[in-house]
Design a protein around this ligand. Structure first.
Ligand SMILES: [Zn+2]
Length: 135
């Protein structure tokens, strides 16, 4: 099969220009030109997905002590923009947006367990109740 025929086949299968360009090893502009030739519409990407709880849990791994390790990239793209794993964890637990930075409140660095993350007001509250925790 020649390159053009391969590109046409992939276009008709619904692949995007860049995906085809990578696969067939041509410039995506060439794919776009062939797409235009064929009168095929551009592939419209589905709307950005809200970061579901699933997307969060799929990127975590339970570790000793009941903590949760984050195994994904540090941020996830959501309909609200890029969010850190901490912020997503916070929203899962508290059903609201955190105020200020979200950090693990447990003794495991980088723990993303929804029950373990705290925002600024929570830290201030704990400090008010328990005083400064010795480092
Ligand atoms: Zn923890």
């Amino acid at each position: 099969m020649n390159t053009r025929a391969a590109i046409e086949q992939l276009l008709r299968a619904g692949y995007g220009n860049k995906a085809i360009a990578r696969r067939v090893r041509v410039r995506h502009q060439r794919v776009a030109a062939i797409r235009a030739d064929l009168g095929l519409p551009n592939v419209v990407r589905p709307a950005k997905t809200t970061c579901s709880d699933d997307a969060f849990w799929q990127r975590t791994q339970p570790v000793a002590g009941g903590h949760l390790n984050w195994t994904g990239v540090p941020c996830l793209r959501t309909t609200d923009g890029m969010l850190t794993a901490y912020r997503i964890a916070f929203r899962i637990r508290w059903q609201r947006d955190p105020e200020g930075p979200v950090k693990p409140g447990c003794d495991m660095d980088r723990c993303v367990h929804p029950d373990h993350v705290e925002d600024q007001p929570m830290r201030q509250l704990y400090t008010a109740i328990f005083g400064e925790v010795a480092a």
